[in-house]
Design a protein around this ligand. Structure first.
Ligand SMILES: [Zn+2]
Length: 205
């Protein structure tokens, strides 16, 4: 068995992989059990920004003070773990499991992402562009709140499932035609399960 590793510093993290097939689930999967150790991809402001860029949430790192970004990273983890609980409850008991305080919390995060329209002159005439004021570092979390809202309101939660591997905590949206996806990734958990089943059969003989 692999030794338990302490959480690695941001620079030494294994690469994060988009396995969730929905931004809200990719967000949940920013912490995972890998090789017997817990990995946290949002452990600092720098790590959060790096993940936001990798996941395509923002195009380039914003200019905020390190202390402020570290605080946003802590809030991101709070948002993520709150969502994990809400998702588990909603899957078990339906949308009624999302309580009024949950909605208040989610809506507050959504509000941070308020955008406004701006009119610009272009060669072909006037056009409007949507601008998101990014003077508030907390607004970095608004697209994640929007993804959570999208999943809860428009997603088919029967297709939102956890990887079947017992040691794995990854979530995914099953977009396969047959709706029989079982693993976060064939390479990570599918093959391991296959090997374990093989060993089990081998031992039985
Ligand atoms: Zn897995």
């Amino acid at each position: 068995m692999a030794p338990i590793r302490p959480p690695a510093p941001a620079s030494g993290l294994p690469p994060w992989q988009p396995l969730g097939d929905h931004l809200a689930l990719d967000f949940l999967n920013t912490t995972a059990t890998l090789n017997g150790g817990q990995v946290e991809w949002l452990g600092s402001g720098e790590a959060l920004v790096s993940w936001l860029v990798t996941a395509g949430v923002i195009a380039k790192p914003p200019r905020f003070d390190r202390v402020i970004l570290d605080e946003v990273a802590r809030d991101a983890i709070t948002l993520r773990e709150w969502f994990r609980g809400v998702l588990e409850r909603t899957k078990a008991r339906g949308p009624g499991a999302v309580a009024a305080p949950d909605l208040k919390r989610l809506n507050a995060w959504l509000e941070r992402g308020a955008s406004f329209q701006r009119v610009e002159q272009t060669a072909s005439g006037l056009r409007t562009v949507s601008v998101q004021p990014l003077d508030d570092a907390q607004a970095l979390l608004a697209p994640l709140a929007a993804a959570i809202a999208d999943l809860l309101c428009h997603g088919d939660l029967d297709l939102v499932r956890r990887c079947e591997s017992e040691q794995c905590t990854m979530w995914f949206y099953d977009r396969t035609k047959s709706h029989r996806r079982r693993w976060c990734s064939q390479a990570l958990c599918g093959n391991r399960a296959k090997a374990a089943a093989f060993r089990q059969r081998h031992r039985a003989h």
